[in-house]
Design a protein around this ligand. Sequence first.
Ligand SMILES: Cc1cc2nc3c(=O)[nH]c(=O)nc-3n(C[C@H](O)[C@H](O)[C@H](O)COP(=O)(O)OP(=O)(O)OC[C@H]3O[C@@H](n4cnc5c(N)ncnc54)[C@H](O)[C@@H]3O)c2cc1C
Length: 357
Amino acid sequence: MTSSKSSVLVIGAGIIGAMIGWRLARAGHGVRIVASRRGGDATAASFAWINASYDNPEPYFRLRRQAMEGWRELRSEMPDLPIAFRGGLCWDLEPEALQGFLRQHASWGYDIRAVDREAAALLEPGLAAPPDRAVHVASEGVAEPVATTLRLLDEARASGAELDLETNVTALVQDHGRVTGARCGERVLAADRVVVAAGVGSRSLAASVGVDLPIDAPPGLLVYTEPAPPILNGVVLAPGLHMRQTDAGRIVAGADFAGGMPGDDPRDAADHLFSTLRHALRDGDRLSLSHYTFGRRPMPADGFPIIGPVEGRDGLYVAVTHSGITLAPAIGAMVADEIATGVPEPLLAPYRLARFN
Ligand SMILES: Cc1cc2nc3c(=O)[nH]c(=O)nc-3n(C[C@H](O)[C@H](O)[C@H](O)COP(=O)(O)OP(=O)(O)OC[C@H]3O[C@@H](n4cnc5c(N)ncnc54)[C@H](O)[C@@H]3O)c2cc1C
C-alpha cells in the first residue's frame, strides 16, 4: 500500500470493519480490509434494530443517539442504503420499569411517548392483542445488516481500499512492542496501523500479541418467516417476542432482539418461537417458517464497547462491541478521526480497554 497518509490494515468485514475501512479510505488513507467472511459473522445473524433504548447510562445513551443521527446522515449521502426508520413499539418491561424508561429517556431528549391500546393498534394493526400500555419511539429503525455492510465495502473499494476477503488472519505480527501487520498463513500483511474489528474473533487475534480482550460470545437465535404481505410497520418488542418485518416481507423474530437462547435443540427452540410469533399476529396462521439463524454476539465483559489504541502495543487499535449495528456510524467516524489525528475522542473515553486493568 502506498499513501502519503498512514497505511491501515482493518481486520474484519462486518458492519464495524466495513464502516471503519470506508471512513479511513475516504479520508485518503491506504486501507486494506482483510476478513474471513464478507458481511460479518454477528452482523449476518443480527436483528439489526437501531436504537438508544432502555437500561443504559446517560453517556452510552448519548453515544447511541449520535450513532442514530449518523445513520440518518449516511442515508442522505447514500439514499439507496437499506435503512428504514419506522419506529419501535415496546412493552417488554414491567409497568413501573416502562414508566421509568419513559420518564428518564424523555428527560434526556429521546423522542419517546406513551401509547394506549388504541394508539398501539393504529401503529401496528397486525398485532392480535395490542398492549394496554406501551412506549413508542418514532426515530428508531433498522439497517438490513448484510446488504448495508456489503454496500459500505463497495464504497470503501471505490474510495481506494483493497479488499482481501475470504482470508483468515492467523496472528498479529509485532516487532519490539509495535504491531506491524498480520499473518495470513505464509503471507504477512504489513501496515503502519492495525485495526482489529473482528467481532468475537478479536479475542484470539489480540491474544497473539499478548493482549487480553475480555469478550464473551453469547449465542442468539432468530427465526425468519417466508416472505409475507405487510403485517408489521416497525420494530415491536412484546414480552418474550421481539419482531420486525424486512422489506422483502420476512418477519424476523427472537425471544429477545439480541436473540433467544438456543438450548440443547435449536430446531425445537425455533419451532417454539415461530409458534409464539404466529399467535401474536392477526394473520399469523398464514405465515410459514423459512429458517433460523444462530449468531454469537461480541460482548465485552461489562457490556460496553472496547474501542481505542492498545497501551503498550503501538500500532494496534481495537474496535469490538455489542449493538454494533446501532453504533457503527459513530464508531466508524470516531475511530477514523482518532487514527487520522491522534486526538482522543471524548465520547469514547469510557470505552478504552484500560478500564479492565
Ligand atoms: C442474534 C443477534 C442479534 C443482535 N441484535 C442487534 C440489534 O438489534 N441491534 C444492534 O445494534 N446490534 C445487534 N446485535 C449485535 C451486532 O450485530 C454486533 O455488535 C455487530 O454485528 C458486530 O459487528 P462486527 O463487525 O464487530 O463483527 P462481526 O459481524 O462478527 O464481523 C467480524 C468480522 O471479522 C472477521 N474475522 C474474525 N476473525 C477473523 C480472523 N481470524 N481472520 C480474518 N477475519 C476474521 C469475520 O470474518 C467478520 O468479517 C445482534 C447480534 C446478534 C448475534
